[in-house]
Design a protein around this ligand. Structure first.
Ligand code: SF4
Ligand code: SF4
Length: 345
């Protein structure tokens, strides 16, 4: 299986409090020449996103070996500081990710996507099109809680993070966006940007034709009044988690070599997409490495639950095993692992 190639054939998870020891365990000779380092830069107002110094150490190592490396991400679905390319780059730089080229894979407003057959309940995934530019990936994830998917780990980082805006809409909902007529000013910007001619003005308010709408999510990004609404909650938590895994499957299928690093520090109840300051809910633990996406999230959950005396499991009502169990069924990785503590060697 391609996602196991970068370490060894045995399902192992490496642990250290020191990123340098983790980096030493990666066999970079098995990475290709174009490496996307997947990072979530944190929404404006968030202070607990992944430490840029950890990301820089990984970036410096890859580029020091003569390989091309970028920090890769896609635009978010909701209206915030990372909705379009310009704002996204600005937020990333303000948050300390100013040492590397950043590649926003789904274009200026999330309009560029790559359709990939993934099976599962999603059938096909709409990934950020720029994923085609890379033959390898290092998935660097800040592990934390998440109200809709239970927790945010490696699956969420690539399954949602590398979905294009259309893909993110697909993951979160099975229906088209809708218009808040109270907010709509009838400016027509959404109509100009809808390539499917699916919006028209009626009595100076826009209306979406659900038959024509392909759920590309562009109108959500361009409306100056934030009048185009996302139908959140249209997928159950179980559907959401399965779609996250299906989209992760699409990434694993599309990129030949992937290695996963989960950072178990500044663990908060909610995601880094929340533009608020959050308190840690678990003492810092360290950093995990694996070439198996199921293992990295399973080992992270095991450690976080142990450190919090099981309290992490209770932070929201979503079953924390949904993503892992479904991915295991999809044969994306293993659940049993050998834990190697590099700080005790
Ligand atoms: S862009 Fe927004 S405000 Fe303008 S017509 Fe469309 S929904 Fe209404
Ligand atoms: S989501 Fe639908 S209505 Fe909005 S721009 Fe895309 S196709 Fe048009």
């Amino acid at each position: 299986m391609p996602w196991r190639l970068l370490l060894d054939k045995m399902p192992k998870v490496y642990f250290s409090e020191n990123i340098n020891k983790i980096i030493e365990k990666i066999d970079f000779s098995k990475l290709g020449e174009t490496v996307a380092i997947k990072v979530h830069f944190g929404e404006k107002g968030c202070r607990t996103y992944i430490n840029p110094e950890i990301v820089k150490k990984v970036y410096d190592k890859v580029t020091g070996l003569g390989k091309k490396a970028v920090l890769a991400e896609c635009n978010v679905l909701y209206r915030g500081s990372r909705t379009n390319l310009k704002d996204h780059l600005e937020t990333a730089k303000k948050h300390g990710f100013d040492f590397a080229e950043i590649d926003i894979l789904d274009g200026d407003i999330g309009e560029k996507f790559l359709g990939v057959n993934v099976g599962g309940i999603s059938k096909s995934a709409r990934l950020g099109k720029g994923i085609e530019r890379y033959d390898s990936m290092i998935v660097l994830t800040h592990f934390k809680g998440h109200m809709a998917s239970g927790y945010g780990g490696a699956f969420k980082n690539i399954g949602v993070g590398l979905a294009s805006r259309a893909g993110k809409l697909h993951i979160h909902s099975n229906v088209s966006p809708f218009i808040n007529v109270e907010k709509c000013k009838g400016c027509g910007v959404c109509i100009e940007n809808c390539k499917n001619n699916a919006i028209k003005l009626i009595n100076n308010k826009s209306e979406i034709d659900r038959e024509k709408c392909t759920r590309c999510a562009v109108c959500i990004a361009v409306c100056p009044e934030k009048a185009v609404r996302i139908p959140w909650g249209n997928s159950t938590s179980e559907e959401l988690c399965k779609k996250i895994v299906d989209y992760s499957y699409g990434i694993v299928k599309s990129v030949p070599n992937i290695v996963y690093i989960n950072v178990l520090e500044n663990i908060t109840e909610e995601c880094d997409c929340m533009g608020i300051e959050q308190e840690k809910i678990v003492p810092d633990i360290g950093i995990l490495l694996s070439s198996d996406i199921v293992l990295i999230d399973k080992a992270s959950l095991d450690l976080v639950n142990k450190k919090s005396n099981g309290k992490f499991n209770e932070i929201n009502s979503v079953d924390k095993n949904l993503q892992i169990d479904y991915a295991f069924l999809r044969e994306m990785g293993e659940k049993e692992y050998e834990f190697i503590d590099l700080d005790k060697e």
